[in-house]
Design a protein around this ligand. Structure first.
Ligand SMILES: NC(=O)c1ccc[n+]([C@@H]2O[C@H](COP(=O)([O-])OP(=O)(O)OC[C@H]3O[C@@H](n4cnc5c(N)ncnc54)[C@H](O)[C@@H]3O)[C@@H](O)[C@H]2O)c1
Length: 261
């Protein structure tokens, strides 16, 4: 085994990766990591300004990226996004479904509008973007899809009912996608982060009670950083994972393993 072997195993030179949620904490870090491994990265999110900043950061480090703002709650925008990315950068080899939202409130306060807003993005958009991208991947011999779940897929937390059900559904969806698309050489896996410091979790890290609970409860005794998820992403995006499909990988500082007395 030499350096060239490792580059072949984990390198993404010549690949095109579409990352949704690329203006957010996690998506931006994953996009940057994919670009550093050699991929040309299509950055999707809602804020063109934030996406442009992510692109500049990648280019400053010698990577390649382009910006594709779109609202994934709009089903028409999903089809158009796949077409725009393919026309401009070439066929998509890697899809990272990173866009996601949450609203923390007790079940008794959840309205149909909140329910729809969360499920439309966290679930419906993931379903149909994966469908569109996998179709094109199958036509050209394969690809990699990385869903972003959460430890909430396996661990129930008060006030996180709607978000939690979307993430549990994504883990299940990952399995069926893996089964249906295995023969087309499309591997689908779900990366489930623990508590990572981003805008989405900023209120949890800012409030004394939740911050204390988190630091006591996470065996690693620290907040996860978006960069902690890059290694698993590179594995799941590269040839290294060619025989790995339908799995959920929890990157959570040991949270789900349990706790100390
Ligand atoms: N931060 C955590 O601790 C944590 C833990 C587990 C899972 N996750 C998951 O990781 C993913 C990224 O989370 P984050 O913490 O980086 O969040 P974030 O709030 O920093 O970023 C969210 C991203 O989603 C995009 N987005 C929101 N609505 C959109 C829409 N309608 N169309 C297109 N894009 C839209 C935003 O533009 C942004 O890029 C989410 O799926 C989240 O559920 C996060």
């Amino acid at each position: 085994m030499d350096r060239a072997f490792l580059e072949k195993l984990f390198g993404l030179e010549g690949k095109v990766a579409l990352v949704t949620g690329a203006s957010g904490g996690i998506g931006r870090a994953l996009a940057h990591g994919l670009a550093m491994a050699g991929a040309t990265v299509a950055l999707n999110g809602r804020s063109e300004e934030k996406l442009a900043a992510a692109r500049q950061a990648i280019e400053a480090d010698g990577g390649r990226a382009a910006v594709f703002p779109a609202d994934l709650v709009d089903l028409g925008a999903i089809a158009a996004l796949v077409e725009r990315v393919s026309d401009r950068l070439g066929p998509i080899d890697v899809l990272v479904n990173g866009a996601g939202i949450n609203k923390r409130e007790p079940i008794q306060e959840v309205t149909p509008a909140t329910y729809a807003a969360i499920t439309d993005l966290n679930l419906r958009a993931v379903y149909f973007l994966s469908q569109a991208v996998a179709r094109a991947m199958a036509e050209r011999g394969g690809g990699k899809i990385i869903q972003i779940g959460s430890l909430n897929a396996a661990y129930g937390l008060g006030t996180i009912s709607v978000y939690g059900l979307t993430k549990a559904a994504i883990v299940q969806l990952t399995k069926v996608q893996a089964v249906e698309w295995a023969r087309q050489n499309v591997q689908v896996n779900c990366l489930c982060p623990g508590f990572i410091e981003t805008e989405l979790t900023a209120p949890l890290w800012a409030a004394e009670t939740t911050r204390r609970w988190l630091l006591e409860r996470v065996p690693a005794k620290r907040a996860g950083q978006p960069g902690d998820l890059v290694g698993m992403t590179l594995y799941l995006a590269s040839r290294a994972s060619d025989f790995t499909t339908g799995q959920a990988f929890y990157v959570d500082g040991g949270f789900l393993a349990g706790g100390q007395w």
